[in-house]
Design a binder for this molecule. Structure first.
Ligand code: ZN
Length: 562
C-alpha cells in the first residue's frame, strides 16, 4: 500500500511537473523537435560529403557540398521562424535550463541570416575576391617575383640582414594591394550588423559567439600584465643572439630580423629537431595507446578516419563530428615525426570531445561549449609531443636522452607560448580598433601596438599597410583571441587536474600516461555536458574558477628568472 501511494504520487508529480511547462515552453519544444528532424539528417549528409570531398579532392563532392550548404542556409533564412524564436526569447516564459540554452543557440544561429540579403552577397563576393587577389599576388625582391615559401626560406636561413629586409618587405607588398578592399569590407560588415542593432562587426562577432568585449578585454589586460616582464627578459636574450648573428647592435634590430613576417613564431635559434625521436615509432599507434591509457579510447575513431597522405587529399588535418550520433572522424596525413605527433594528438583531442558528448542530452546541445573550449582540449593533448616526461614514457627514452630533450623543449615551448600570447594581443586590439573606426590612421596604430606588445621597433619612415598581409583579417575575422583563450583554458585544466585530482604540488613529471582519471574528469565535467552550460559556467563548474590567465602564466613563466 505504501508502495502504491508513493507510486501514484510519483505519477502525479510527473504530471504536475509536465503541467508546469508554460505555453511558450511547449511551443519552443515543438519547434525544436521539428527543426532537429530537418537539420539532423541534413547536417550529417553535409559533413559526410565534406569529408569525401576533403579525402578525394573530387569535384563531384564539392558540387554536392555547395548544394547541401545552400539547403542548410535556407533553413536559417526563414523570417517567420526567426520572429517566432525572438518572441519566445523575449516572452521570458522559457525558463527550463536546457530549453532556454537551445532557444538561445537557435536564436543566434538564425540571427546571422537576418542581415540584408544583397549586402551579405556583396560581402561574400568581396571577401572571395580579396582572397583571390591575395593568393595570386607575388612580392618582389630586386624586381623579381618571389613566393611565400621563398620568403620564409630567406627569413629563416639567410645570415645577411639586407636579404632579410628585402624578403620582409616583399612579404608586406600584398597588404598594400588589398588594404583598401579590406577596409571596404570592414565598412560593409559594420553596415550589415548595424541594421540588426549592433555597434560594429567586432562587437557582433563576439556576441554571436556568446562572448563580450568587456570580458575578453579583462582577460587580455591581465595576460598583458602577467607576461610583459618575462617576455622582455626572454626577448632581450633573443635580441642579443640575433644581433650577434647579424653583426649589428641590439638597438639596430628591426621587424625583418625576427625570422617571421609578423614575429609570431620563435626564431630558429631555439628550434630543436625532435623528429629523430619519433622516426622509429608509429605515430598513429602511439595515439591509440595513449588515449586508451587515459580512459578515452579512440580505436573506433581511427578505424573510420583517413589517416595517410594520398593524391588529391587535403594536406592538413581536422576532426569532425559527422552526425552527433557517434560517427566521429579525423582527417590526417600522418608521418612519423614530431609535427604529426602533435597534430594527431591535437585532432584526437577535438575528436574525444565530440565522441563523449552525453547521447541523452538534447541534440542541439551535443556540441562543445565553445570553439575555444574544444581548441583548449586539443592543445592540452597536442602539447604532449614536446613534453620530456611523456616522450620518455611513450618512446622509451633513456634518462640522458630525456634530459637532453628537456633542456631545449621547455625553453622553446616557453618562448613560443609567451610570444604567441603577445602577438595575439596585437591582433585582438588592432582588429577591435579597425571595426570601431576604420577611418583612423591604422598604419600608425599597427606599429604602436607592435611596439607596445611585441617590443619590436617600427621601421623608419611613413608606415604603410603591410599589416593587411595578414589574411586572417579577411577570412577569419574577429577570431584570433580564441586561439589564446584556448591556451589559457588548456593550462587551467592542466593545473586543476594536477592539484585537485592528482593532489600534487607541481606538474614536474606529469604526462598523464596510463592514468584514466584524466579521461573520467573530462568526460564528466567537459565532454558529457557539451553545450548544456554556457562556456563560462562550464569552466566555473569544471575548475571552480572563471577563465583566468593565471595558470598559463604559472605553467610557462616559471624559470624565466634563471
Ligand atoms: Zn584545433
Amino acid at each position: 500500500m505504501k508502495w502504491l501511494r508513493t507510486c501514484i504520487l510519483a505519477v502525479a508529480m510527473a504530471v504536475l511537473t509536465a503541467g508546469c511547462a508554460t505555453e511558450e515552453e511547449r511551443l519552443t519544444q515543438a519547434f525544436i523537435d521539428q527543426h532537429v528532424s530537418i537539420v539532423d539528417p541534413l547536417r550529417a549528409q553535409t559533413n559526410l560529403t565534406m569529408y569525401s570531398a576533403e579525402v578525394t579532392g573530387e569535384e563531384k563532392h564539392f558540387a554536392k557540398l555547395k548544394e547541401l550548404r545552400l539547403a542548410m542556409n535556407d533553413v536559417y533564412t526563414n523570417d517567420r521562424d526567426f520572429e517566432f524564436l525572438k518572441q519566445m526569447k523575449n516572452s521570458g516564459n522559457v525558463s527550463d535550463h536546457r530549453l532556454r540554452r537551445q532557444l538561445d543557440k537557435l536564436y543566434l544561429a538564425y540571427l546571422d541570416s537576418q542581415m540584408d540579403e544583397q549586402l551579405l552577397k556583396d560581402i561574400i563576393e568581396l571577401s572571395t575576391s580579396i582572397t583571390e587577389k591575395y593568393n595570386n599576388y607575388r612580392g618582389h625582391i630586386d624586381g623579381k617575383e618571389v613566393t611565400m615559401t621563398e620568403i620564409y626560406r630567406i627569413m629563416t636561413t639567410s645570415k645577411d640582414a639586407q636579404e632579410h629586409r628585402k624578403a620582409w618587405l616583399a612579404s608586406k607588398e600584398v597588404g598594400n594591394v588589398i588594404a583598401d578592399d579590406y577596409l571596404r569590407l570592414v565598412r560593409m560588415r559594420n553596415k550589415a550588423v548595424g541594421q540588426i542593432g549592433y555597434a560594429n562587426y567586432h562587437t557582433y562577432s563576439l556576441a554571436t559567439g556568446e562572448q563580450s568585449v568587456k570580458e575578453v578585454d579583462r582577460i587580455f589586460t591581465e595576460l598583458d600584465e602577467l607576461t610583459a616582464e618575462p617576455f622582455a627578459k626572454l626577448k632581450a636574450q633573443l635580441d642579443k643572439i640575433l644581433a650577434d648573428g647579424y653583426g649589428i647592435r641590439v638597438e639596430e634590430l628591426r621587424p625583418w630580423h625576427y625570422h617571421d613576417p609578423f614575429f609570431q613564431r620563435t626564431p630558429l635559434v631555439y628550434e630543436l629537431n625532435l623528429d629523430d625521436y619519433y622516426a622509429k615509432h608509429d605515430v598513429a599507434g602511439l595515439c591509440v595507446d595513449y588515449f586508451a591509457g587515459v580512459g578515452l579510447p579512440v580505436d573506433d575513431i581511427m578505424a573510420r578516419s583517413d589517416l595517410y597522405d594520398k593524391e588529391g587529399k587535403n594536406p592538413h588535418a581536422f576532426a569532425e563530428d559527422i552526425d552527433r550520433h557517434g560517427d566521429v572522424r579525423i582527417l590526417a596525413n600522418i608521418a612519423n615525426d614530431e609535427r604529426w605527433m602533435e597534430t594527431t594528438l591535437h585532432e584526437l583531442g577535438h575528436a574525444v570531445y565530440f565522441k563523449y558528448h552525453d547521447p541523452d542530452e538534447p541534440w542541439l546541445l551535443r556540441e562543445p561549449a565553445h570553439s575555444f573550449t574544444t581548441e583548449a582540449v586539443a592543445m592540452f593533448f597536442g602539447r604532449m609531443s614536446r613534453n620530456a616526461t611523456w616522450m620518455q614514457q611513450m618512446l622509451g627514452l633513456t634518462d640522458s636522452q630525456r634530459a637532453e630533450v628537456e633542456k631545449v623543449t621547455f625553453r622553446y615551448l616557453q618562448f613560443q607560448q609567451i610570444l604567441f600570447a603577445r602577438w595575439a594581443m596585437v591582433m585582438y586590439n588592432f582588429e577591435k580598433a579597425v571595426y570601431a573606426d576604420p577611418d583612423q590612421d591604422l598604419n600608425t596604430l599597427w606599429w604602436d601596438l607592435v611596439e607596445k606588445y611585441q617590443f619590436v621597433q617600427r621601421p623608419k619612415g611613413k608606415p604603410d599597410a603591410g599589416w593587411a598581409s595578414k589574411l586572417h583579417f579577411t577570412v577569419a575575422s574577429c577570431y584570433y583571441h580564441n586561439y589564446i583563450l584556448g591556451e589559457l583554458l588548456g593550462s587551467q585544466w592542466h593545473n586543476y587536474i594536477v592539484r585537485n585530482i592528482f593532489e600534487l604540488e607541481s606538474d614536474a613529471n606529469v604526462s598523464y600516461v596510463g592514468d584514466d582519471r584524466v579521461g573520467r574528469y573530462f568526460r564528466d565535467e567537459v565532454f558529457g555536458p557539451g553545450a548544456v552550460y554556457h562556456w563560462n559556467e562550464m569552466i566555473l563548474r569544471s575548475t571552480g574558477e572563471h577563465l583566468t590567465p593565471k595558470y598559463f602564466a604559472e605553467q610557462f613563466i616559471k624559470n624565466t628568472h634563471k
